[in-house]
Design a protein around this ligand. Structure first.
Ligand SMILES: Nc1nc2c(ncn2[C@@H]2O[C@H](COP(=O)(O)OP(=O)(O)OP(=O)(O)O)[C@@H](O)[C@H]2O)c(=O)[nH]1
Ligand SMILES: [Mg+2]
Length: 215
């Protein structure tokens, strides 16, 4: 399957916030109720469609546990997009965003697009961080923002797609230099417009998940 562009993403945030579940919902349309702790880094991929162009998303799902932090750092470089995730029911995961952001900014390229994701919005009765607080933090730090539920598949597509659209617009405006692969974008060989038949999970042979190093 050819694509016009390949975008590399990284998913970061504290352990247990739902990073792997967001990826699983996006690639496989499934929810995993048990915390299957990520060791090192896992990998997922899916095709999406923007303005009639096939875009392949290659997504690195990192381990939130502190002991894996140095492995995570080596994945920032070469990412075009990052999903920075916290859990709306656990306030400490929101507090730690500043540290995550410092790490992301220090180790990534300057054009990386960061989407702030407040996950588990289905657990509204246990909410510890308001929507407004999330939104304000995003505005202060120049991030895009969405609340999601990996469980109920709310805003999951949007989180990945919205990030891709911003990256796509940065390419169109020459803000991202696509000749430098360290910017997390690869130009493919699909010159013509395609239908969006493949813009669905489960329909693409390019889709997949896997495990990589565990340091
Ligand atoms: N209610 C609810 N639970 C969720 C949601 N997303 C994830 N969970 C649960 O939260 C737990 C942790 O999810 P994971 O996706 O494994 O968390 P993670 O961020 O990948 O954690 P690490 O791999 O340790 O960094 C699991 O028990 C999930 O079922 C959600 O949107 N709503
Ligand atoms: Mg995980």
């Amino acid at each position: 399957m050819s694509y016009s562009y390949l975008f590399k993403y990284i998913i970061i945030g504290d352990t247990g916030v739902g990073k792997s579940c967001l990826l699983l919902q996006f690639t496989d349309k499934r929810f995993q109720p048990v915390h299957d702790l990520t060791i090192g880094v896992e990998f997922g991929a899916r095709m999406i469609n923007i303005d009639g162009k096939q875009i392949k998303l290659q997504i690195w799902d990192t381990a939130g546990q502190e002991s894996f932090r140095s492995i995570t750092r080596s994945y920032y470089r070469g990412a075009a997009g990052a999903l920075l995730v916290y859990d709306i029911t656990r306030r400490e995961t929101f507090h730690h965003l500043t540290t995550w952001l410092e790490d992301a900014r220090r180790h990534s390229n300057s054009t990386m697009t960061i989407m702030l994701v407040g996950n588990k919005c289905d657990l509204d009765s246990r909410r510890a961080v308001s929507y407004e607080e999330g939104k304000k933090f995003a505005q202060q730090h120049d991030l895009i923002f969405l609340e999601t539920s990996a469980k109920n598949d709310e805003n999951v597509e949007e989180a990945f797609n919205y990030t891709a659209r911003i990256i796509y617009e940065k390419i169109e405006k020459n803000i991202i230099d696509v000749t430098n692969e360290m910017n997390g974008v690869k130009v493919g060989n699909a010159p013509t417009a395609t239908t969006n038949l493949l813009d669905k999970p489960g329909n693409s042979s390019e889709q997949g998940r896997g495990k990589t190093c565990c340091g």
